[in-house]
Design a protein around this ligand. Structure first.
Ligand SMILES: *[C@@H]1O[C@H](CO)[C@@H](O)[C@H](O)[C@H]1NC(C)=O
Ligand SMILES: *[C@@H]1O[C@H](CO)[C@@H](O)[C@H](O)[C@H]1NC(C)=O
Ligand SMILES: *[C@@H]1O[C@H](CO)[C@@H](O)[C@H](O)[C@H]1NC(C)=O
Length: 423
């Protein structure tokens, strides 16, 4: 530590905040007496002067500790009762990691982090923060991770993050955000991962995305979009993962996914789609993973996933209205390795030859559907390693003898339970 600078900082603090005089005097006394480490560690905290880590978990602190070693690099004050960030924060200019999650923070005063030029991670999740402005994060030039998940934010104004040029991951999930201004994400040129899930957005904030040219992952599910217009994600040229789980979608416009040339993983689980959006998906030629269960379609028609020639994993779980998978449903998806069609309570018909001609197919789960019988020609494929038919009301008559033979051959295949006959 640099005692001179510290004393100067303390002097500044004393003039700016007279109620701290007593505390500060105590701090100075304890330093003078040479009893630094022990004397300055608040009850309930553990302070390590070698690793420069201070951890105060569930220590019932209601203000930031003022007398810690000013050289600390990691400060963890999770699960306390801190209500605000006061000027004692300025003593800790060497911090790289600060965790104030699960406290009672209501607002963050202007310039709270002006001295934290080295801070890389800031965790403010699970507080009661209701607003942030373009001064809130001033000074955090090195910050790479900012977590504001589960607070009370309602809107994001233009320029709120402009002071964070190095930010790579931003979590704004589980807030009450209903409005995002077009330049809200200005300056986030390094951002790779953005969580906006579980907010109150009624439409996709498309204009604000155009400033996020480096974004690789976008989590924007659990909002109330109802429909996706054309070019909803325009500008996100580098996006590889798009999570629209539970986004309230009943309608996807034909060119909604235009401009996402590198998309590899798309999650459409838990929406209200009453048909598979075949045409809308067909331009996603690099797509490798698609999750589309818990929607309202009744059938998978042939060529349902046309154009998706790189698809490796398809997951259709919990589609409560799905009754039938037609022959040729996956005919265009010759690179499929894993097919999960599970927990579809009404699904009783999988047409003959449905999974035929998929040379790379390794894992198939048809668990917990309403399948009574299956023809051998549904599968066939030398690569098949795993087949799960559990929890179906299968009738094990001679039509199913092929399965018995398959089970004898391949030890990894799960057993099936027959609904009937008894023997
Ligand atoms: C911060 O926002 C205010 C409006 O809320 C604006 O007047 C000011 O110019 C902004 N400052 C910067 C540096 O962008
Ligand atoms: C879906 O949206 C398109 C326009 O975006 C509209 O033409 C069509 O009627 C809508 N369909 C439904 C079922 O709402
Ligand atoms: C069984 O599973 C193991 C590990 O998952 C795998 O290494 C092995 O090749 C499989 N055996 C067969 C016969 O597929």
């Amino acid at each position: 530590m640099a005692p001179l600078r510290l004393v100067r900082q303390i002097a500044e603090l004393v003039t700016s905040n007279s109620c701290m005089v007593v505390l500060v005097s105590l701090v100075l006394l304890s330093w003078r007496s040479g009893a630094t480490a022990l004397a300055n560690c608040p009850a309930g905290c553990s302070c390590n002067d070698d690793t420069l880590v201070v951890v105060c978990e569930e220590s019932r602190l209601d203000v930031l500790p003022i007398a810690l070693n000013p050289s600390i690099q990691r400060l963890i004050i999770r699960n306390n009762k801190i209500k605000t960030i006061d000027s004692s924060m300025q003593f800790y200019a060497e911090l790289q990691h600060l965790d104030l999650s699960h406290n009672h923070l209501v607002n963050i005063p202007t310039n709270s982090f002006a001295y934290q030029r080295k801070l890389q991670e800031l965790h403010l999740n699970n507080n009661k923060i209701s607003s942030i402005t373009n001064t809130t994060f001033r000074g955090l030039n090195s910050l790479t991770v900012l977590n504001v998940k589960r607070n009370y934010l309602e809107e994001l104004n233009n320029g709120v993050f402009t002071t964070l040029p190095r930010l790579e991951e931003l979590n704004l999930g589980q807030n009450s955000i209903s409005r995002i201004e077009p330049r809200a994400f200005a300056g986030l040129t390094a951002l790779r991962i953005l969580y906006l899930d579980d907010n109150q957005l009624s439409s996709v904030p498309t204009p604000s995305f155009s400033l996020l040219g480096s974004l690789a992952e976008l989590h924007v599910g659990l909002n109330a979009f109802s429909s996706l217009p054309d070019d909803a994600f325009a500008g996100l040229n580098r996006l590889t993962v798009l999570d629209l789980n539970g986004a309230g979608l009943s309608n996807i416009s034909e060119n909604a996914f235009r401009g996402l040339p590198g998309l590899r993983s798309l999650n459409l689980l838990g929406n209200r789609l009453n048909v598979v959006p075949t045409q809308q998906l067909s331009g996603l030629t690099r797509l490798e993973e698609l999750y589309i269960g818990q929607n309202d379609f009744v059938e998978l028609e042939s060529h349902s996933f046309k154009g998706l020639k790189n698809l490796k994993l398809l997951d259709i779980t919990g589609a409560t209205l799905l009754e039938r998978v037609q022959k040729g449903a996956f005919e265009d998806n010759v690179n499929l390795e894993t097919v999960i069609i599970a927990n579809n309570k009404k699904l009783s018909v999988i047409d003959d030859c449905t999974l035929l001609g998929l040379p790379k197919l390794k894992h198939v789960s048809l668990r917990d559907n309403a399948i009574v019988t299956l023809s051998e020609t549904v599968f066939i494929g030398k690569e098949l390693r795993q087949l799960d038919l559990n929890d179906n009301p299968i009738v094990c008559d001679c039509h199913m003898r092929w399965l018995q033979e398959l089970l004898n051959d391949k030890s990894n295949f799960t057993q099936i339970q027959c609904a009937s006959p008894d023997n």
